[in-house]
Design a protein around this ligand. Structure first.
Ligand code: ADP
Ligand code: AMP
Length: 225
């Protein structure tokens, strides 16, 4: 583990569990930076970079992008943050191979994680959340038509720009994304489960109550928020 201060969190959990929503809360509370692999991939897809072009086929089909592509991308993101890195990993790692690569990278940088938060919700809640999700494609902030509506439908409260419904939040793609989660990401619960940093978060509560539990969990790990 590192002597370096800061917050270095992994947010685990299926699509729709609330990782991105809570990452924004932690970001505001601690100053740590949210690193969302999904947001980075979507920005590359929209800019038609070689990475984005390669990732798009997988994203459209609700499949994970291959480990080598993701690991190279995240090595660059994390290494660029320097010795006092403070980050919230949202959507990474998503396979055991990615978790092993993260361990190797953090050891090389003499950095340790400060928390591993596992967000879960039952399938019907996940499907309902993804079906009603409205996303700001510029910032990644998400709203929900019923559970967290913007002040004006379809418009982001913060930047006043349009919100979109992600194409992969369509019901048929969601089914494939949840199957990928079960096959490839759920094994990370075993991988991290014995760590003293591992905390389960009950996300079936309302958003504010989940935020309260998240802040309590990261404060308990010695990093006052
Ligand atoms: P993830 O990043 O894990 O895919 P999001 O944070 O984008 O999930 O949340 C998915 C959807 O569910 C969004 O529309 C969000 O507003 C909503 N949501 C998040 N947390 C809750 C909650 N605790 N209760 C109800 N809806 C929630
Ligand atoms: P998300 O925004 O986290 O729901 O991710 C959207 C899509 O991006 C996923 O369905 C995958 O296709 C891809 N993706 C995001 N993060 C990863 C990752 N860590 N490993 C592989 N694919 C990823």
């Amino acid at each position: 583990m590192s002597a370096s201060g800061g917050v270095r969190l992994v947010l685990l959990g299926p699509p729709g569990a609330g990782k991105g929503t809570q990452a924004k809360v932690i970001e505001e509370r601690t100053g740590a930076r949210q690193i969302s692999t999904g947001d980075i991939l979507r920005a590359n897809r929209d800019a038609k970079t070689p990475l984005g072009v390669e990732a798009q086929t997988y994203m459209d089909a609700g499949q994970l992008v291959p480990d080598d592509v993701i690991i190279k991308m995240m090595d660059g993101e994390i290494a660029a943050m320097g010795p006092n890195a403070s980050f919230i990993l949202d959507g990474f790692p998503r396979t055991v191979g990615q978790a092993q690569a993260l361990d190797t990278l953090l050891a090389k940088l003499h950095l340790g994680l400060t928390g591993i938060l596992m967000f879960d919700a039952d399938r019907s809640a996940l499907i309902e959340r993804l079906a009603g999700r409205w996303t700001n494609p510029r910032t990644g902030r998400s709203y929900h038509a019923e559970f967290n509506p913007p002040k004006v439908a379809g418009i982001d409260d913060e930047d006043g720009g349009d919100l979109i419904q992600r194409p992969d939040d369509r019901r048929d793609v969601v089914v494939d994304r949840l199957a990928e989660y079960d096959a490839k990401t759920a094994p990370l619960i075993e991988y991290y489960g014995k760590s003293p940093l591992f905390v389960r978060i009950d996300t079936l509560k309302p958003i504010d109550a989940v935020s309260h539990d998240v802040i309590a969990a990261i404060s308990k790990n010695g990093h006052a928020a």
